[in-house]
Design a protein around this ligand. Structure first.
Ligand code: SF4
Length: 315
């Protein structure tokens, strides 16, 4: 079937709208997916392919690193899930088209290292592998996981696509609906911003900024990434830095936009261990003992404060 993607996107009725809605829904699902065994079976292969293609275009219009990451992970997990029921020959074909030879039983170290770079399980670390003559031994059952990662990497590496302005305009309402869903997800996760729950390290940086102290780049970066992740919008983050006596709006805007993902890479704040090495872990309190990340501190403290407010209101 020839896929008239361009006319589908321009269409404001029937199948065109259905595909765009499905594509937007696909991205929204990727923001909160958990269990792939609950995924419905395909209703129509054509719709699947088209909505995937349009979903890539919508995330490219948004150009938000986090959303692109989520979509790539979701699509890879989904492909992995459906591949489990495929015949070995078909699976092999998919693996080969993604550059993996599942019959080889080994992989060149250089390819292996690149592939497992973001895989967290210790079993993938090179020190824990059987390496001989520049080749890493791969067990039969491990190929599926490597294939899933390979699919994710390939999908992610293709994003964002270059979308012509006229197409981006047609996709704008769908991109906006994804943006709203994403904002809601962040709010669901972190809730309303509660300044009283900021960890001591972040409070200390804010205080230093307010007092006009020249803070290092690591502190500026950590605070911006922290505030962005808990749901502050860019202007609100700039407002925090505006308390500094040497405030330079365009420089600050540039830095905040860069760290928040406008440049294509959205950053998350460093964990406690890294903040310690930066010399930014200060004024530790009792909550700090139970956390390894300022974001966990924030969530935990906020939950506690909410509970206290509810209890005192009930008295
Ligand atoms: S332990 Fe973590 S949360 Fe607490 S002050 Fe240090 S870096 Fe911040």
């Amino acid at each position: 079937m020839e896929i008239p993607l361009d006319s589908l996107i321009r269409s404001e009725s029937g199948v065109g709208v259905r595909i765009k809605e499905n594509a937007a829904q696909r991205i929204k699902d990727s923001l909160g997916y958990t269990d792939f065994t609950l995924q419905p079976e395909f209703e129509s292969i054509d719709d699947e392919i088209l909505s995937y293609a349009v979903a890539r275009m919508i995330v490219s219009c948004l150009n938000d690193r986090m959303i692109m990451d989520r979509l790539a992970r979701y699509e890879a997990e989904r492909a992995y899930h459906f591949l489990q029921t495929e015949e070995p020959a078909k699976k092999r074909y998919v693996a080969q088209s993604f550059g993996l030879d599942s019959d080889a039983g080994e992989m060149r170290v250089i390819d292996y290292v690149g592939l497992v770079a973001t895989m967290k399980d210790a079993k993938w670390r090179l020190v824990n592998r059987d390496v001989r003559h520049g080749m890493v031994r791969i067990l039969a059952g491990e190929y599926d996981e490597l294939l899933r990662e390979r699919i994710r990497v390939v999908i992610r590496s293709q994003l964002p696509l270059d979308i012509p302005g006229s197409i981006a305009m047609r996709l704008r309402p769908y991109a906006d609906s994804v943006s709203v869903a994403y904002q809601e997800k962040i709010l669901e996760q972190y809730g309303e911003v509660d300044e009283g729950s900021y960890p001591p390290c972040m409070e200390a940086i804010i205080r230093a900024v307010s007092e006009g102290t020249n803070i290092p780049h690591t502190a500026r970066f950590s605070l911006t990434a922290f505030l962005h992740t808990i749901g502050l919008q860019e202007p609100q983050i700039v407002e925090v830095f505006a308390r500094a006596p040497d405030f330079d709006i365009s420089r600050t805007m540039y830095q905040v936009e860069h760290i928040s993902g406008r440049g294509g890479t959205e950053y998350t704040p460093p964990g406690c261990q890294t903040l310690k090495t930066y010399g930014l872990c200060v004024n530790r309190d009792a909550t700090c003992k139970d956390v390894s990340h300022p974001l966990s501190y924030y969530k935990r403290k906020k939950k506690g404060r909410k509970k206290e407010t509810t209890e005192s209101a009930a008295q």
